[in-house]
Design a protein around this ligand. Sequence first.
Ligand code: ADP
Length: 405
Amino acid sequence: MTATRVLVLNSGSSSVKYQLLDMGNGSRLAVGLVERIGEQTSRLVHTPLGTGGEKRERTGPIADHEAALRAVSEELSADGLGLDSPDLAAIGHRVVHGGSRFSEPTVVDDEVLAEIERLIPVAPLHNPANVTGIRTARALRPDLPQVAVFDTAFHTTMPESAARYAIDVETADTHRIRRYGFHGTSHAYVSRETAKLLGKAPEDINVIVLHLGNGASASAVAGGRCMDTSMGLTPLEGLVMGTRSGDIDPAVTFHLQRVAGMSTDEIDVLLNKKSGLVGLCGDNDMREIRRRIDAGDRSALLAFEIYIHRLKKYIGAYYAVLGRVDAVVFTAGVGENAAPVRAAAVAGLEELGLALDSARNEERSEGARIISTPYARVTVAVVPTDEELEIARQTFALIGGELPD
Ligand code: ADP
């Protein structure tokens, strides 16, 4: 195969994030973002990489996803990297929900696209935009393989005991209610990179991955296969997040309907947008929360403590699910950058074999690194995630491209 470039698209309802990668050597050629699509104040920020080009920005109305992709293609063309280039091998699309069917990256045809659309009721916020992104890219380059890489795919190996909710089976099956999990591309990438860091094969290690970004999820990975993960039918379940509550007694929702007269949509907004760290203290950025704690702010401290308490419970739970743990790994914005979160999450877990080297934990570095003490039984590590690279890799491998080591 001579064409080695893969364009990765992450289409949101009013935004498109993109990266162009060369899978011949794994390098990134350009990254960018179109935001506020459909508004008068749309903005495209494009950064060519490795060509010596400067970051470029354009503002002004971009009507829809098709106009956005055309604008992206123009920017790429200006660097000789346009969508019409014969060097482009495929387009890889991040798709949030793949339901139970899609356990692998999949070349999109009409039938696959229809199935992704059928999943819209379980992913109303994300799948419509993903479908639009795929449609638009197909229209622009109908001859090119378009590959869907699903956020849920890595979690399809979960045993039924972890994937099923304890509710009436018929109701669950009729409405496809089960635990799907999300951030799968990140959990897959990070657990594999952890094996590299430990100098072992993924099949030989058990890892707890803590993906702590604005959205946050934990997973228990045994021998490269996901055994459990903290998000469920939707990304609302599990850890305390930037704006989401994570685990909550479902009866809270009935209570809010009956006692506070709130509608289903209002409760949805409350739990997804106005809860988590923002609900607890008004801020969802961990840097700001730490700054407030240092200034003696009690509500920021309580928010932090609730966040850590939940995280610790999941570490303990997944330790028990796995039986033996080789590594606990932190990734994403908070996990990679917030040393106090990592320190607090594993504090007091020495009996479980977890002990941090505080100097290593405080050190800042770009790459993957071990932050536990040399004698700790369980390695604690920071492994930066790279979902775009993983999507590009999976896309390229699926169309028969050979990846460098
Ligand atoms: P997402 O992809 O879910 O939007 P990210 O993985 O980019 O999120 O993480 C974003 C979050 O990372 C921010 O909300 C902030 O809380 C946290 N973060 C980023 N940089 C730092 C830092 N230097 N220290 C602490 N937290 C940070």
